[in-house]
Ligand binder design. Sequence first.
Ligand SMILES: O=P(O)(O)OC[C@H]1O[C@](O)(CO)[C@@H](O)[C@@H]1O
Length: 448
Amino acid sequence: MAELDLRFARRFVFDHEVEQLQPVVSEAHRRLHSGEVPGSDFLGWLHLPSQTLTAGIDELLTAAKEIQDGADALVVIGIGGSYLGARAAFEWAKPEYYNQLPRALRGGPELYFAGNHLSAAALNDLLRVLEGKRVYLNVISKSGTTTEPAVAFRILRSWLQKQVGTEQAKKQIYVTTDARKGALKELSNTEGYKTFVVPDDVGGRYSVLTPVGLLPLAAVGVEVRKLLEGAAKAEESLSTSSVTDNPAYLYAAARNALYRKGKTTEIFAYYEPSLKMVAEWWKQLFGESEGKDHKGIYPASVGYTTDLHSMGQFVQEGYRNLFETVIRIEHPVSDLDLPSTPDVQDGLEYLAGKPLSFINDQARLATQIAHVDGEVPNLLVNVSDQTPESLGDLFYFFELACAMSGQLLGVNAFNQPGVEAYKANMFALLGKPGFEQQRTELLKQLNV
Ligand SMILES: O=P(O)(O)OC[C@H]1O[C@](O)(CO)[C@@H](O)[C@@H]1O
């Protein structure tokens, strides 16, 4: 289970500050579990792991097997919550150069992600890579109307139809969307695509443990049952309202105490490159949940030790509104000993025979001490290993912490009204029917 270690934050967060939040945390916990919080229509994630395990995932695993057996390459089309969780878990669970490995070592088809930008160059590059392969598509959109995945799906579907014919293409397309509404749902009904449902009461950024994440992950051989089991254990162990006994609430309380002292940027720091997309998932979770009403902690991320050589200077000595949340994997997936080469004068012989994991962890410790000396509070999250079970636990830990954090901040942690502003402008500029008035106003503003 993920453990929170506050030893590197003691100078900045005092016990009494956390303890004084207990009454607020207790009330927020009660409201969360009785559905009385703002945005209470989106609390389905609270018991999702245990409920999914009870209901079973056989249908999902059957579909995943069809994809696994039939595809050379699977393209997952989605953005935000319909993309980041699956990619985070994929990169966590599978080797760094997965797509380049021989099929037998991979355990599934090659995996690509599309629909998370509007770049023609990137999509053209993907189409070139897919040439000559048996390609399956899994298009994921809860609303079924998001522009980026809809555009990519239209392009990839047309491409696939040209490759295999319209009828066969239908068999190679899997859709994950709302149970009833949205353009994607309607298209699926017309075309007869195999569909999976994003539950109404689970918002995009909380949806990784629904078919949104589970289907593509199972298709590439990730043990999704283990992922769910890890989350279900967290669901149980994090069910207490005690801020000192519940690490997710302790994390929420500590970051709230820091926020009140002007620490308005939180940096998620990791030491394994395979956690890069976990950081991206975490950024959406906290950014979309808390950044509203002109409040919130700005979630940023760094990959160490790489970024110590680019962002390290700023973290050490720049503007002091920062704190770090450091993720430490105690037992990395694999290790490597530094060979002894006494004849080579590279100054590294003192490390001969030492595992790289040891060197990496000493770098982590050294950095934490230095950053604390530089007035950057550090919250340390210890994760025992990089298994699907541990990630399920970590997903749930952050989801619950985020929900509590939103209550402490006094925002609706489950909506995202702010993302509509750019969309409306984009539709107006693109000439979407219904946006004529806004288009005229925007063009005036731009002096066109
Ligand atoms: O699954 P959908 O509806 O395509 O939405 C994708 C993402 O877009 C947003 O709605 C923001 O526009 C996110 O909240 C969401 O995760």
